[in-house]
Design a protein around this ligand. Structure first.
Ligand code: AMP
Length: 380
């Protein structure tokens, strides 16, 4: 993708001040992978453009123990930290004493982005650290947040489950998928789209392929030339957005359209589920069925095959009760880890490919190849 570099600099400088509350002379710590957009933008360019020191740390948040990040905060007097919800969920499985072992008085807030921040995770990490947890929503394509709370412009309260309001520069609209009309009433689901021009920092084309840029990003909204984020969302009466998942993560079970994210949320509400990925798998009878892979907080609960069956039934019952039988996954399998990119995104498409016996494609960004092998073994 191609950006204009001067505009990119402006956008990063603005976002450092207005969103991430970083001041010159302070220390910024982004835990991202350097190869990812959050990595190069917010480990390198953003902090340095803003006159801040930056920390480059490569390694897991739990090695040598779950206190490693917080020891760095204490040692380097980090004021702003930027990570992903998945990291918070990893820490949630560790002893919470590690979060209070170090002096975190320099830290103003922990910013999380990259995937939906569920309320239990936000509440848990916010409470354990005793710091504000600030969600923000953006894409590699935009380079800086589309939605956030711009506390550096005008402080506003955080709402759990919401990455905030549209950031200045983005004319964000919710669009009715079938009619292409703008949705103006609160709390109605639509596709999140942005009227052109996009602000500085965003992609201006696909490298060497202007046609593809237009056909992929600017042609999918019915009757309108608008940038599509390919995410579903709703907006409440105060202008706060809630992200409801990717428009392409919808599965079709016997003619019912279901968001895999809704099923994941429902499964996550089971007290023994730490993390879950749901994918749609081709089924000759129903078109697709939902298949779930869950990481348990206490794996000893599924030590025997009967235990696994019992827990699977329990989880199915939870989904039945919350979303109805049609959303009930065809199976719930238990794994020790989910296949993720190094930046923490669950590789749902690779899981789906493996479940359908297809080639999983390019996996060079995968954190732990054994995670996908485990799923392959379970489904073959
Ligand atoms: P990437 O370009 O790989 O960073 O992925 C961008 C996608 O991640 C978005 O289109 C959303 O689907 C998701 N995403 C990013 N930030 C958030 C957030 N704060 N809340 C919910 N989803 C998010």
């Amino acid at each position: 993708m191609q950006r204009d570099t001067a505009g990119y600099t402006v956008a990063l400088a603005a976002s450092m001040k207005h969103i991430y509350l970083g001041n010159p002379g302070e220390t910024y710590f982004s835990t991202s992978d350097i190869g990812w957009v959050v990595g190069h933008s917010y480990i390198i360019y953003g902090p340095l453009i803003n006159g801040m020191a930056t920390i480059m740390y490569e390694g897991l948040p739990i090695r040598p123990d779950a206190g490693i990040w917080w020891s760095l905060v204490e040692k380097y007097k980090v004021t702003v930290m930027f990570s992903a919800p998945t990291a918070a969920r990893v820490l949630k499985k560790q002893d919470p004493a590690f979060l209070t072992k170090y002096d975190l008085s320099s830290l103003k807030a922990l910013f999380l982005a990259g995937e939906p921040l569920d309320e239990p995770t936000a509440t848990w990490i916010g409470g354990a650290l005793n710091k504000p947890i600030i969600d923000n929503y953006w894409q590699t394509e935009t380079g800086w947040p589309i939605m956030a709370i711009c506390n550096g412009v005008e402080p506003a309260p955080t709402k759990f489950g919401s990455p905030g309001k549209a950031v200045y520069g983005y004319d964000v609209k919710l669009i009715d998928e079938t009619t292409g009309e703008e949705i103006t009433e609160p709390n109605r689901k639509g596709v999140i789209a942005v009227n052109g021009p996009l602000p500085p920092g965003c992609l201006q084309t696909v490298w060497g392929d202007d046609k593809r840029y237009v056909s992929t990003y600017w042609s999918s909204i019915h009757n309108k030339v608008m940038y599509s984020t390919f995410d579903w969302g709703v907006k409440d009466e105060d202008g706060y957005f809630f992200i409801l998942g990717r428009t392409d993560d919808v599965i079709n079970v016997a003619g019912h359209r279901l968001g895999t994210r809704e099923i994941e949320e429902s499964i996550s509400s089971h007290p023994n589920v730490a993390e879950v990925a749901v994918v749609g798998v081709a089924d000759p009878l129903k078109g697709q069925v939902a298949v779930a892979f869950a990481v348990l907080k206490d794996p000893s609960k599924v030590a025997g095959p009967d235990d696994a069956k019992a827990l699977e039934a329990e989880i199915m019952k939870v989904v039945d009760g919350q979303l109805g039988a049609v959303a009930r996954p065809a199976s719930v399998r238990f794994v020790s880890v989910l296949p993720k990119t190094r930046s923490g995104k669950v590789l749902r498409r690779a899981i789906q490919a493996v479940c359908e016996g297809r080639d999983a494609g390019d996996l060079t960004t995968m954190e732990d190849p054994a995670a996908l092998a485990q799923i392959k073994d379970l489904v073959s």
